[in-house]
Design a protein around this ligand. Sequence first.
Ligand SMILES: [Fe+2]
Ligand SMILES: [Fe+2]
Length: 309
Amino acid sequence: MTTTDLQAGFDETIAHEWRVEPRDWMPDGYRRTLVRQVAQHAHSEIIGMQPEGGWLTRAPSLRRKQVLMAKVQDEAGHGLYLYSAAETLGVDRDDLTQQLVDSRQKYSSIFNYPALSYADVGTIGWLVDGAAICNQVPLCRSSYGPYARAMIRVCKEESFHQRQGYELLMTMMNGTDAQRAMVQESVDRFWWPSLMMFGPPDADSPNTEQSMAWGIKRHTNDELRQRFVDMSVPQAAALGVTLPDPDLAWNDDRGAHDFGEPDWSEFAAVVRGDGPCNVQRVAHRRAAHEDGAWVREAATAFAAKQAAS
Ligand SMILES: [Fe+2]
Ligand SMILES: [Fe+2]
């Protein structure tokens, strides 16, 4: 078959909303875009263990500790499914990890913010996992089969994460004045960075159009951000917290909420590597990777021994 025939077959797959599978021919740009997106997603899951992971030894009760432990372990699992999905595109997990620890590949900007109080564990579950769900549910229909299938299980677990966060916050809001203040302070810090999780405004997102044409992405950044705001406003009201945006208001004509503009210069700085915790997050990941070298060596030696016998 000529490249033209192969391209026509690929175009037909996309036009019919069929799935592209690892054995299928795909354009180089499609493969490159997916490798970048799936690798960044995998790295985000792994780095995303850090902000809350720091609270595991300081959880306020055994129940909270069990819940948090389960959540952080889920994120490790999400990372592993996603590295496996990336490997079906012909890249190597070791190489992707190396690119992460050398800061040659990115992860979600949100994980460069610190978790300063236990209320942050709740807020991260509610808002950060909530934003992740808005981003990821449409990816269950992504055109690349292994990525779409990985997303189904990931989304089920993310929805547990969001609920545990919301339940934690609701418990604190029903507690003392000091606990309520702790929740509000946490929401004040995480609201805007959560809106930034959807990426830059559509006008500044040059890759969106091609990703949508390929069926890798299903909605634009601004569409998803709007959906997240509309979902969060009634949840904030039920909790009794104020979202820190004076421009937030229901717009009857649009049937949606108007809201203020995130500080895109802050977003650019965090993406560039100048967020509050970028250096710490990557250093921690690098140290964990180096400390784990003996485990990888032992596992490889064991696998070789098994294969020989
Ligand atoms: Fe996750
Ligand atoms: Fe999660």
